[in-house]
Design a protein around this ligand. Structure first.
Ligand code: ADP
Ligand code: ADP
Length: 228
């Protein structure tokens, strides 16, 4: 029923000799197969929250369950393996490799999976077409625009068909027609594969009338509609 559950989660950063609490006692249950938006002013803790959800960072206190598994109990290898199988990231500069071609970047996450070369190529081409980059597959990443790189990041996040996709401002650099296509692609993924999306955004239009909303104010989570 839930893709991820947070219980009593605190995240503190060390700043010049004192501890700053960036996330305070976070409690949330993120529904499976739905889109959940994370909103809040700059500096409120959205990235910190997404980093913990994506198993990129650990809390100082509390429990995090993803797909029913206690992810904080995993060692580093188990966590890396779990992450590569179940979680896709659409972060603006996360792990895209400038010297590789567009297609090679999209294929990259599949190298950890047991997938033939031909299947890798087919999957990469399918998602590149979905994000409107069919004709760019041989370009190097350094030879395309920021918006196009964003679309490469999206294709790369979806290529392993992860259960959970975490996106930080996925449409930030895109024109509204491309934003609409990206949203359409996410909705299609959701219905086709029951993918859960957690999206941090300032774009109210993206939210529309649907989806769950978690608002973060000064490190405190508030739920608005949809949840619990
Ligand atoms: P948002 O994504 O909503 O802008 P962040 O999660 O990036 O917020 O940051 C929340 C707060 O924690 C901010 O005050 C930020 O300066 C601080 N912060 C974030 N990451 C670190 C870090 N690695 N070390 C120290 N402080 C941090
Ligand atoms: P966003 O654009 O999502 O709000 P930020 O620009 O606040 O993100 O932060 C980008 C990255 O820098 C995040 O991974 C965050 O953890 C880190 N960060 C933010 N504030 C600080 C800080 N004061 N000290 C160290 N790292 C920080």
């Amino acid at each position: 029923k839930y893709i991820a559950v947070f219980k009593g989660v605190d995240k503190k950063y060390n700043m010049d000799g004192y501890q700053f609490t960036a996330i305070k006692n976070a409690e949330c249950a993120i529904p499976r197969g739905e889109i959940t938006f994370v909103l809040g002013p700059s500096g409120s803790g959205k990235s910190t929250f997404l980093n913990m959800l994506g198993m990129l960072d650990k809390p100082n206190q509390g429990q995090i369950t993803i797909l029913g598994q206690d992810v904080l109990a995993m060692d580093d290898n188990q966590a890396a393996d779990f992450r590569s199988r179940h979680i896709g990231f659409i972060f603006q500069s996360f792990n895209l490799i400038p010297v590789l071609s567009v297609r090679e970047n999209v294929e990259f996450p599949l190298l950890r999976h047991n997938v033939s070369r031909r299947e890798r190529r087919e999957k990469a081409d399918y998602y590149l077409e979905s994000v409107g980059l069919k004709d760019y597959s041989h370009r190097r990443l350094g030879e395309i625009s920021g918006g196009q790189r964003q679309r490469v990041a999206i294709a790369r996040a979806l290529v392993t068909t992860p259960e959970l996709v975490i996106a930080d401002e996925p449409t930030a650099n895109l024109d509204s027609a491309t934003s609409d296509e990206i949203i359409h692609l996410m909705l299609e993924m959701r219905s086709q594969f029951n993918t859960s999306f957690v999206i941090c955004t300032h774009n109210e239009k993206l939210i529309g009338g649907s989806g769950n909303v978690i608002r973060i104010i000064d490190g405190k989570l508030q739920h608005l509609g949809g949840l619990q």
